[in-house]
Write a protein that binds this ligand. Structure first.
Ligand SMILES: Nc1ncnc2c1ncn2[C@@H]1O[C@H](COP(=O)(O)OP(=O)(O)O)[C@@H](O)[C@H]1O
Ligand SMILES: [Mg+2]
Length: 511
């Protein structure tokens, strides 16, 4: 390892290192101090240091820029330098042949030299969670190391994951990389509600092009068109499979409308939506007795709108009232998920409400199924199920939403969420605290950074600048399943295909 600096002073969370000239120390660089124990340090700030007085420096500068004189410092590299501020993130102790890795409780040796981290030093990370979810490669500043970072499969999925960043920083790409790494295993089912139709790879490369896709991946789309692949199905759901409670947190109803809905369901059962859409409000209100005509009319209007049933047109909606059509879709999807398959739903042409209604109905059925399995004592053998949701605050802000319940108690039933958002600050604190892995990509907005820093599983209070400076694909992972907040780079999903074709092995890709 090359010496790149020396500890000169500081305190526990703020170790000051004088950087060697030409040392490539960046914000986020990982450095190693000491031998046994060795400390892994992470740089979080940089500043200039100089032996010269500020006024001397200003004078020298004046002479140079005003008189265009060519002046040089005597032994410039000794007099002027860079000071890096770092914190210790890991303590590695060699005990016989074994490495014990823990949270640092002491300071590294005073005036000790520091080196750039090497892959060998961090090789213990490579052995962790070998069949876990791959997130990317370990990163030291902008240097990518050939060490894969993974989190444990079942635990991390059921303890929920949040992926946050400003738009365009690589959230979807990271998710593709993660899904790719768990496509082959049947230990987890994943439901991916995909509002941009970007995961399956309808046109271009996607999950469908990976090994294991034929057996484990199914794609539901309203537009099957000329897609004849084995794992493509038409997205069509019979309205009879939608229950009044599926609208909770999806459509805002008044108390009277909500009560009217349950009265109707009580009378008509499975046929409640068919009845609502088919009959005139006057006639229906008459049959329901206690419900006002206006209430029935408003309910009809709101639910038709949410289900994209405009003027009774069946061709524009995925929710049909025709008997026999789309009757097995929901139960089919639930069966596949509980069998450890990955199901992508192309929601690109659905309205916000229709997408949420479908997502809620599916989430509720999975929840009900797993609650039942817990009672029957068969839950432990079942694959965990994870539900991917874009724009997660839409549902997580809402107490009534099934997703809020899953965030709070899904873990007990082996169900988890993977939320994607650019606005974590809109998620209630209690829900945020229940999400035990947060993958933070580049985030400029200060409020967002603050929220993420405050709700992180590690103390990342010094990392605001680092988070703001993350490039595409670069992320900081804070999780109860990692020993420190790990900086990673998630490779470009498509690059894996190019690398495979060229048989390159430059980056380690976990799939
Ligand atoms: N790890 C990466 N390396 C290089 N480019 C990336 C990486 N991740 C994403 N990109 C590029 O950035 C663009 C936006 O990425 P995307 O994942 O769609 O961002 P988001 O979902 O956060 O809006 C993509 O078109 C992709 O080409
Ligand atoms: Mg995206």
């Amino acid at each position: 390892m090359d010496v790149c600096g020396q500890i000169v002073y500081g305190s526990f969370g703020e170790i000051l290192i004088r950087a060697k000239k030409d040392a490539k120390i960046e914000i986020g660089s990982l450095l190693v101090a000491g031998e046994n124990p060795a400390y892994l340090l992470q740089v979080y700030d940089l500043e200039y240091g100089s032996q010269l007085e500020k006024t001397h420096l200003e004078l020298t500068s004046g002479l140079q820029i005003e008189n265009k004189e060519k002046l040089e410092f005597i032994e410039g590299e000794i007099q002027n330098y860079v000071i890096a501020r770092a914190k210790a993130v890991l303590e590695v102790r060699k005990d016989g042949g074994r490495e014990r890795v823990g949270v640092p409780k002491r300071l590294p040796e005073f005036f000790g030299t520091v080196q750039e981290v090497t892959p060998e030093f961090l090789s213990f990370l490579e052995k962790e969670n070998e069949d876990g979810v791959f997130l990317g490669n370990l990163r030291s500043g902008s240097r990518i190391l050939p060490i894969p970072v993974r989190i444990p499969l079942e635990e991390s999925l059921t303890h929920h994951i949040l992926i946050t960043a400003t738009t365009g920083r690589g959230k979807s790409n990271l998710l593709k990389v993660m899904l790719a790494s768990i496509l082959k295993t049947r230990k987890c089912g994943v439901l991916i509600i995909d509002p941009h139709d970007e995961y399956f790879g309808r046109s271009g490369k996607g999950l469908k092009d990976l090994e294991g896709a034929d057996e484990n991946l199914v794609y539901y789309t309203p537009h099957t068109g000329n897609l004849h692949a084995r794992n493509v199905r038409r997205l069509l759901v019979n309205a009879g499979d939608i229950k009044p409670w599926d609208f909770g947190g999806v459509v805002a109803l008044s108390d009277a409308q909500s009560q009217g809905m349950y009265v109707l369901y009580g009378k008509a059962g499975e046929e409640w939506l068919l009845t609502l859409f088919d009959e005139e409000p006057e006639a229906l209100a008459g049959k329901l007795g206690t419900v006002q005509v206006d209430t029935v009319a408003a309910l009809k209007r709101k639910l038709s709108f949410a289900m994209e049933r405009f003027y009774g047109d069946e061709s524009k909606t995925i929710f049909t009232i025709q008997s026999g059509l789309g009757v097995n879709t929901i139960s089919e999807i639930v069966t596949m998920l509980t069998d450890g398959k990955k199901v992508v739903i192309d929601a690109s042409s659905l309205s916000n409400e229709a997408e949420l209604l479908l997502a809620s109905a599916l989430a509720r059925r999975i929840f009900e199924e797993y609650k039942q399995r817990k009672k029957d004592g068969t839950l432990e053998q079942s694959p965990v199920v994870s539900i991917v949701l874009e724009e997660a605050p839409r549902v997580l802000r809402n107490e009534e939403s099934i997703f809020s319940s899953i965030a709070r108690e899904g873990r007990k039933f082996r169900i988890g969420l993977i939320g994607v958002t650019q606005l974590a600050s809109l998620i209630p604190g209690e829900v945020l605290a229940n999400i035990n892995t947060k993958i933070i990509l580049g985030t400029e907005m200060q409020l967002e950074r603050k929220t993420l820093i405050e709700s992180a599983s590690q103390d990342i209070s010094t990392d605001a600048k680092l988070i703001a400076s993350l490039e595409k694909g670069e992320a900081l992972v804070t999780s109860i399943f990692t020993k420190f907040a790990i900086p990673i780079y998630a490779p470009l999903f498509e690059a894996a295909f190019r690398q495979k074709e060229k048989k390159e092995k430059k980056l380690l890709i976990g799939y």
